[in-house]
Design a protein around this ligand. Sequence first.
Ligand code: SF4
Ligand code: SF4
Length: 134
Amino acid sequence: MKKRLVLTFLKETVEKPITYHLVKDYDLMVNILSAKIEPNEEGRLVVEISGKKENLSQGMDYLRDLGVSVQPLASDVRWNEERCTHCTACIPICSSQALVVDRKTMIVSFNPDFCILCGLCLRACPYQAIEIMF
Ligand code: SF4
Ligand code: SF4
């Protein structure tokens, strides 16, 4: 089983070796997609975690017991289709192919499962069609 998650840490937990424990104690694979961690400040990790279903469940309980907020990645990315003019300015920017264009119809679409929250499309989009909520 595989999950893409946004983990938000209180400043008290920012320096704890949380990913180490997920790997060692819960036999999970943790792939860090992006990170914003500063000592004595709230931190955020975007991760892909994979492993057995029961290990994932126990690992998430461990995080929540520590006060870490665990949210599915897709809930933090909003693509506003009404605002999108399909200008394609974001397409070369999005290396993970979360934003793609159908070359026949030139219609742009967004797949939140591929988004790694790099934020690069925010500046590229002239119409504020994408929002990332942290
Ligand atoms: S934040 Fe934007 S550019 Fe980055 S992966 Fe997601 S959709 Fe693509
Ligand atoms: S840059 Fe914005 S308006 Fe243009 S295709 Fe991408 S999301 Fe749509």
